[in-house]
Design a protein around this ligand. Structure first.
Ligand code: F6P
Length: 560
């Protein structure tokens, strides 16, 4: 039996039919009056979440909280924090909360394989600090004695998107370095990003971070080999390359060593840190290099504050719980299968991409923890962009298109312009932030009310092209200002949201078996292509489907 057959689910179905389905969003506002915002928003320590533009009432939340409690949310959360085997298919804990915990926290004494987790984390932070500080102070020298001025992180998925997103978002918090320092990210398997960068770089002053939890990911290893081939062109030996130009972060030190990364340039990782939950670990080294250890620890501090909040706040005041339950309501009861994330801040441009991995790789599942097929939807399709830019792109579909979706608007209240600007520039930047905030609030209002936002007679609208149906659900998340601490809170908020939804659905958010088959088949396909090109096998030796065969034949013809 899945959660769909449970008492709490059935109660929500009945509530939907009786109390929600008959009404539009506008009517729900009219029914509740001014109280609706007070009743359906939660504020905590620098963050405010407004759920009032969702198609629900306070009773909906009471019933959703019953559902979460029925599914054992309290016990599951305790298991998550205390190192229980919450990743059931791989029989391991998921201890990203321990990466940002203080030693005195509950769970600070978790032991894994006879090792104390808090001690491992503390040592790891010291290793990161040692490497980051040397680079910042211009003391990390290339093989010829020149200081490192370019750091390139080679990784993919969780070993790329998280640090990349944070480095981009918090660029203005970068620490001063002795020499100008560029931090770049390379992930694409085709080598195009790397090829473009290498043209403009000097081997003598470039350091590569090879970031791969498994150290077997072909995308990352292929880019790393290309980088090494480029280094070899100028640097006389592999030992000089390893010592001066390579740093690695992986859960497999032997693999790093075998590949040529010396022990002193390795940062440890552990199987109890999931890839998409790893920016808080050594995988976050580019962040520590950019922000300094102080900035990196502020990011951790913010995430830790959210961990505390999630563990201790009552469900109705609990931001991750409320955000998750809103999603459950939209996906499972209102049938909304697409979710758009709209940060109104250019610095958060990469956030939708980051959150789409976090949510879709975690909860894009179709069997429960006991192996039963689900008979309800799990993760929606997630996409997004900087909200103000998306207004000139896919908002047309949001306002007048046909697919059903819901939206999260994410916006900082203020933005402090650097004191290095003139007063006139600062005034103009303040105006732009006001403009941005107004657009954010206006768009969610128009999505909700459609044409009714205007005090006009709709019969005056002559063309149906100009009609806006409205009645689209959204939440708005406001935070004081974009700082390392607030970004830490924001990311951890979504991590815990994903966890709560997984608990309700009884699925495992910490594995990703769905990505494995494609990797395996790509390997055998590559081998078949190479053998066909070398003439050691013919088409008759490998049975591909007609489409794959046709595509490969086209490639062979074009290449010959
Ligand atoms: O292919 C998916 C994935 O396994 C992600 O979960 C992970 O973040 C990414 O690949 C990179 O893996 P690794 O860090 O082991 O190279």
């Amino acid at each position: 039996m899945t959660v769909k057959q449970s008492v709490a689910w059935q109660a929500l179905e009945a509530h939907l039919q009786k109390d929600i389905a008959p009404y539009s969003l506008k009517q729900l506002f009219t029914n509740a009056g001014a109280r609706r915002f007070e009743d359906l928003s939660v504020a905590t320590d620098g963050l405010l979440l407004d759920f009032s533009k969702q198609k629900l009432t306070p009773d909906t939340f009471s019933l959703l909280i019953d559902l979460a409690q029925q599914q054992g949310l309290g016990e599951a959360t305790n298991a998550l924090y205390s190192g229980g085997e919450v990743n059931r298919s791989e029989m391991r804990p998921a201890l990203h909360t321990a990466l940002r915990a203080t030693p005195s926290d509950q769970g600070g004494d978790i032991q894994i394989d006879g090792q104390q987790v808090s001690q491992l984390v503390a040592n790891n932070l010291l290793d990161m600090e040692r490497i980051a500080t040397k680079i910042q102070q211009g003391e990390w020298l290339g093989y010829s004695g020149q200081p490192i001025t370019t750091v390139i992180n080679i990784g993919v998925g969780g070993s790329d998107i998280g640090p990349h997103m944070v480095c981009h978002a918090l660029d203005e918090f970068r620490v001063e370095t002795k020499f100008p320092l560029e931090i770049m990210f390379v992930s694409s398997m085709d080598g195009s990003q790397l090829a473009e960068m290498l043209q403009h770089l000097d081997q003598a002053s470039t350091l590569f971070i090879i970031a791969s939890k498994t150290f077997t990911t072909i995308d990352t290893l292929a880019n790393a080999e290309t980088a090494r081939a480029w280094l070899r062109k100028r640097i006389p030996s592999d030992s000089l390359i390893g010592q001066h130009h390579l740093v690695g972060c992986s859960a497999f030190p032997q693999r790093m060593a075998a590949w040529g990364i010396p022990v002193e340039n390795q940062i440890a990782l552990w199987d109890w840190v999931g890839g998409r939950y790893s920016l808080w670990s050594g995988i976050g080294l580019p962040i520590a290099i950019k922000l300094g250890m102080r900035g990196f620890k502020q990011l951790l501090k913010g995430a830790h504050a959210m961990d505390d909040h999630f563990q201790n706040a009552k469900p109705e005041q609990n931001l991750p719980v409320m955000l998750a339950l809103t999603g459950i309501w939209n996906i499972n009861f209102l049938g909304l299968k697409a979710h758009t994330l709209l940060p109104y801040d250019g610095r958060l441009k990469l956030l939708p991409n980051y959150l789409s991995q976090l949510e879709m790789e975690s909860n894009g599942k179709s069997v429960t923890n006991t192996g039963e097929s689900v008979d309800f939807d799990t993760s929606p399709v997630i996409w997004g962009d900087v909200g103000a830019n998306a207004q000139h792109a896919f908002f047309q579909l949001l306002h007048q298109g046909t697919p059903a979706y819901y939206a999260d608007f994410i916006v900082p209240i203020k933005r402090t312009a650097s004191s290095e600007y003139t007063q006139a520039t600062r005034t103009q930047l303040d105006y732009q932030q006001a403009l941005n905030l107004a657009n954010c609030v206006a768009q969610s209002r128009v999505l909700m009310l459609g044409d009714d936002v205007l005090a006009w007679d709709q019969s005056m609208v002559t063309s149906p092209d100009r009609l806006y149906p409205g009645n689209h659900a959204s939440s708005t998340l406001m935070f004081d200002e974009l700082t390392p601490e607030n970004l830490g809170k924001l990311i951890a908020l979504y991590e815990h949201k994903v966890f709560v939804q997984a608990v309700v659905w009884d699925i495992n958010p910490f594995d990703q078996w769905g990505v494995e088959l494609g990797k395996q088949i790509a390997k055998t396909t590559l081998s078949a292509i190479e053998k066909r090109q070398a003439g050691t096998i013919t088409a008759a030796d490998v049975k591909f489907d007609a489409s794959t065969e046709g595509l490969l034949n086209h490639v062979f013809r074009q290449q010959s």
